[in-house]
Write a protein that binds this ligand. Sequence first.
Ligand code: ACO
Length: 300
Amino acid sequence: MGSKLTGCGSATPSLSISNDDLSKIVDTSDEWIAARTGIRNRRVLSGNETLRELSVQAAKKALEMAQVNADDVDLVLLCTSTPDDLFGGAAQILSEVGCTNAFGFDITAACSGFIVGLITATRFIKGGGIQNVLVIGADALSQFVDWTDRGTCILFGDAAGAVLVQSILSKTNGVPSFPPKKATFSRIEMNGKEVFRFAVRCVPQSIEKALEEAGLPASSIDWLLLHQANQRIIDAAASRLDIPSDKVISNLANYGNTSAASIPLALDEAVRAGKVKAGDVIAASGFGAGLTWGSAILKW
Ligand code: ACO
């Protein structure tokens, strides 16, 4: 059974941090960051704000656009590497959105999470019995950023984005050690140059494969929507795929790399701005830590 995207929504924290703000805490400059990455600002959770709240807001907006009631949602997929709760966030979010008839779970695949979530949603729908799936991409990497490392702290921001995926027929073995080790996550470390090379090589290949599976030529792409990590990666992939810059969606300058949230956040802005229209074909690709990567050809 086929699927369609019928709504999208997004939410970002209130605190905006500019490149100039960052130059007060690490040895960097607006010129360096903008030239190497395309990023100028990023939003970061502050005060009592939580990723859960952003996710709930984004999901509600997606349902509103799709004109679907929360209790008609069957499944909620929370794509995140940074849930508020150790045991995942999907259950709490679906309850706060009011999805009283849904089950849900988390998907962790770093910056590829949203694409993995989309593909999972379409597989559940194809399997039958599921008609409406909320796919939420949300991350708050600011909690794991080493704010003294100028090579990484300039890159990331926090956000949540969501889409509703509907069926086209929808009306609406280890041995535990004792004592256990305390779980800790270290701060983000990254070999930026290697990740850059990997992304520029794998993303176009992955999109070409997705096009082949969909039986579509590259010329049928209306929009290229990549994980928003670095403008130079986006430009290089577009150039390898021979896609002109006016068909490339980018909002990286305002939000930085928001990990699993970046694709639905950029999609939501482009849809609400009237740029992406009904029937448009979007080539989307996520890539990141793991390393993980994946692509999907979507019709809005
Ligand atoms: N300001 C000023 N100078 C800096 C900064 C900074 N913020 N950061 C690094 N530099 C310096 C370095 O120290 C180095 O100086 P040196 O030559 O004296 O040693 C010089 O600038 C060049 O550094 P590089 O790391 O080689 O810079 P590069 O051009 O590779 O850009 C960047 C770094 C922006 C991180 C780039 O490699 C990149 O974007 N990589 C991809 C990252 C990515 O896409 N990640 C996605 C996955 S994230 C996830 O999944 C969680």
